[in-house]
Ligand binder design. Structure first.
Ligand code: SF4
Ligand code: SF4
Length: 362
């Protein structure tokens, strides 16, 4: 039985929207998958396949490296079969679709609907501008969740995405999707100019509309992003997250990230990155080594699991890793460590994060 609540469609009388919920099956399947791989003796394996079926976008956010890094292939659309093969080749039970703006891809519904029919847990990251038109093409499912980009309340969000009116459209999209029975989360990137009070207001607002939770992560200093002053150093990240996550001011806010990762963001814990757990497939192939860095693109995902690769990348190994605290590298690290540390596992269970899956996908 799905834990999704069904809401009236457009034109029907509007009832207050209930909260969408992450299905228990996700955590059960993820736990079983980790156990199976451990029993097989695999040290490194994927948890989330990051799929970028195109790099084109209908926005040009100031902190976005992708639309600039892939400038020469912005018109390239990944064929459906290629996208599905990449997900199957990786084998991770969770798929996070990003880009670029995935809803621009002319066959994104085929990609998502096929993956859902194969029972992958699919999270589709979107800026929300075209969300409404996708709702008739992709039915709600417990295996599918929209992840809407929200960087603050109206003024801050529209500044971050460099266009007025986007905040309103994103909020409308979230509301409509919830009313049509979809699972919905939000995804927020924290930059140097982020305003902690404004963010808390936004997290409460989207929480009140009924989203499953809010994912947060500091931005990575993509060298192709135009405004390098936006990006936080490790020390600055810790300071801003200590303020943002201060328990005295987070009442009513539901973060989707697990508490161990939130503690890491605040500087209470240290982890080495496990970026190999989030292999990223793009229109040019698998990014090697990781979601933020692409020193090369390769055809075979197995190249990302070579031990010698990870002797070269990670905090303290490559200078470009020094300020990276992104969830694609470190939230999975908290899970891998928790699996072998009863105290950490107890923390996840106590907080409810293990039961809810304990890993974000955006
Ligand atoms: S919406 Fe996403 S992909 Fe598009 S420009 Fe903004 S950050 Fe980049
Ligand atoms: S620490 Fe380095 S290798 Fe790990 S995710 Fe960040 S940039 Fe990639």
């Amino acid at each position: 039985m799905t834990q999704l609540e069904v809401h009236p469609g457009p034109g029907e009388e509007q009832e207050p929207v209930g909260r969408s919920r992450r299905p228990l099956e996700l955590s059960v399947r993820l736990g079983w998958y980790i156990l199976k791989n451990r029993i097989k003796g695999r040290k490194r394996f994927p948890l989330v396949t990051m799929l970028e079926p195109l790099e084109m976008c209908n926005l040009a956010c100031i902190g976005c490296g992708r639309i600039r890094e892939y400038k020469s292939v912005l018109d390239k659309m990944m064929p459906v079969d290629e996208a599905l093969s990449a997900v199957r080749e990786s084998g991770a039970p969770i798929v996070s679709i990003a880009g670029g703006e995935p809803t621009i891809h002319p066959r994104i519904d085929e990609i998502i609907n096929t993956l859902v029919s194969e029972k992958y847990f699919v999270f589709c990251c979107t800026n929300g501008l075209l969300l409404e038109r996708m709702l008739d093409k992709i039915p709600p499912s417990k295996y599918f969740c929209w992840v809407v980009h929200m960087d603050g309340m109206e003024e801050k969000h529209d500044e971050s995405v460099a266009r007025k009116g986007v905040f309103k459209r994103a909020v409308q999209g979230i509301d409509l999707a919830l009313r049509r029975g979809y699972r919905v989360c939000t995804n927020t990137t924290i930059f140097r100019n982020s305003d902690v009070d404004d963010l808390r207001e936004m997290f409460r607002m989207v929480g009140n509309t009924g989203v499953e939770g809010s994912m947060i992560s500091p931005g990575y200093d993509f060298e192709d992003a135009p405004d390098q002053d936006l990006f936080l150093t490790r020390r600055e990240s810790r300071s801003i997250f200590q303020k943002l996550l201060d328990p005295a001011h987070t009442e009513g806010i539901k973060f989707y990230n697990n508490p161990l990762y939130l503690n890491f963001l605040k500087g209470d814990r240290e982890y080495q990155c496990t970026a190999w757990s989030n292999p990223t497939y793009t229109v040019m192939g698998w990014r090697k080594p990781c979601y933020p860095l692409a020193d090369e693109h390769v055809r075979n995902v197995q190249e990302l699991y070579d031990s010698s690769l990870w002797e070269r990348y990670g905090v303290g190994k490559d200078p470009r890793c020094a300020n990276c605290m992104m969830h694609c590298g470190f939230e999975s690290a908290t899970i891998f460590q928790a699996v072998t540390t009863p105290k950490d596992w107890a923390t996840l269970i106590k907080s409810g994060a293990a039961h809810k899956g304990g890993i974000t996908a955006g």
